[in-house]
Design a protein around this ligand. Structure first.
Ligand code: SF4
Length: 112
């Protein structure tokens, strides 16, 4: 499981970046620098990184997704539904606790 910001530092095996010639005309596409004759380690193409939740394949970890849970007020025990976003609900119900970071994964590789 990764945070979105961590995922955006990882390579996406499906992404392709355009390779152009000296005039800027498109030649091909690649996602690894070795594909364009880069000498040295075969490292990722910087433009071929995961875009996390902007991608249709991204999946949120449902167990940590506060939007999927009923939130319970720790003082009263009552369920709280404010009609606001999940993050706002968390802060309203748990004002003194650090909000858990949402985690997710690339759904194309299967569930971790
Ligand atoms: S979620 Fe998967 S397919 Fe989508 S950009 Fe990230 S690594 Fe690529």
């Amino acid at each position: 499981m990764l945070t979105e910001s961590d995922a955006k530092q990882r390579w996406c095996p499906w992404a392709r970046a355009e390779i152009t010639d000296g005039d800027g005309s498109p030649l091909a596409s690649a996602n690894r620098l070795a594909a364009v004759g880069h000498e040295g380690p075969d490292i990722e193409w910087p433009d071929a990184r995961c875009i996390a939740s902007d991608c249709m394949a991204w999946r949120w970890d449902e167990l940590r997704d506060t939007r999927e849970r009923k939130l319970v007020n720790k003082k009263t025990g009552a369920e709280e539904f404010s009609g606001t976003t999940a993050d706002t609900e968390w802060v309203l119900v748990n004002p003194l606790e650090r909000m858990p970071q949402r985690m997710g994964y690339c759904g194309l590789a299967g569930k971790p």
